[in-house]
Design a binder for this molecule. Sequence first.
Ligand code: HEM
Length: 421
Amino acid sequence: LPRTVIASAGRRGDLHGQLIVHTSTSTDAPVELFDAIRAQGPLHRARYAYVTATLPVVREVLANPDVRAGVDLGTGAGPLGRLGRWAHRTTPMGPLTPPSLLVTEPPDHTRMRKLVTRVFSVKAVQRLRERTEEIADDLLTSLEQQAGAGRPVDLVEAYCALLPVTVIAEVLGVPDSERHTVLEFGTAAAPSLDLGLSWRRFRTVERALSSFEAWLVDHIEAKRRDPGDDLLSQMVAARDDDGVALTDRELIATAGLVLAAGFETTVNLLSNGIALLQEHPDQRTLLAAEPDRWSNAVEEVLRHDPPVLLTGRTVVRDTEIAGTRVPRGAVVTTLLAGANRDPDVFADPHRFDVARENAADHVSFSAGRHFCLGAALARMEGQVGLQRITERFPDLRLAPGATRRDTRILRGYERLPAVLG
Ligand code: HEM
């Protein structure tokens, strides 16, 4: 964020101000701040926004038809308008601009989402599972070769980043010879979902997104001429009940979003999961004895250390949230990571417990009509990815040098050096 905004947020000293300062200057998840915000009540009114870290209220906001996806700070005079203009300038074209599903609302959102959901079905994900297991095993074999005798390897670079991108390449039907293109674009475009890009980073992301878009135009055309058994070919062919297909712009936006939204988030799920399991050897022992618990363990990783910390909304008609009247134009920040630690929903919420019965009640995939389209795919990748590495290398130990990614809304590791044992 601009230094002036950080300074003024810090001077005000309210909890939302502290949150702005914290997320602008630190890569730690501000768990205590989330608790403090929740302690103010179900919907905390701060100067720039309403904020909530209470799980049922987060769900209520995300389901409210009078609350639109995306943050519109306006362009008026005063600090909010300045922040709005800055946010507008530093938001690259792509996942956060229409017709991306993330910022499109009904009726267009309903129409597009229905078509795309048919393609991203549970059955389709089940079919990808076997292939994901093969991909994970191949990556682990080459990890073993790279590691040699007792040499540390970076698990993010050599495993966490490669598994999701290879799976997305399958989803998009990208031939082996062009897989590196998807990895390059995915890596470069991932920060487009984050906040506060520096000018240099903004330019890099813009360039990556526009080259990817040009590549996608040709790729989609190729799928139209010669469809494969991938999900992108099905999206190209999909028709709604009135026989209407997605437009070319909608197809490009959706395929681009699948790469941007499905890549770094899943990389973060894997890296956060590996780190958490390393910190809790008792939980690894439990999983080794009772492997049926793996799918719940992935839910607990998502709850405890979610790859997306928060999301923002704008009120488009005067409405009521948690019994409070909220006027049109207000911005609402829903702290997904804070809601996941709501003690009224999760007993002893700060404890990492793979046996927690209601772990899956988290909101790490958001809620309401923008609930993550790729949730089933991400859950499957998380389960395969974490179980395979843990079972293959039971003596794996993290080496010094783990660093968090320098992102604000997304949360994961940049480097996770480890000795395989
Ligand atoms: C939306 C999280 C993986 C595709 C979202 C949202 C969140 C999220 C929080 C909603 C944001 C909001 O409400 O403002 C995650 C996490 C993932 C993950 C934590 C991994 C652990 C994936 C994957 C795909 C994907 C693998 C690929 C298909 C999408 C799409 C949307 C979305 C297309 C937009 C849905 C809509 O607006 O209707 N995701 N995601 N995500 N995600 Fe994911």
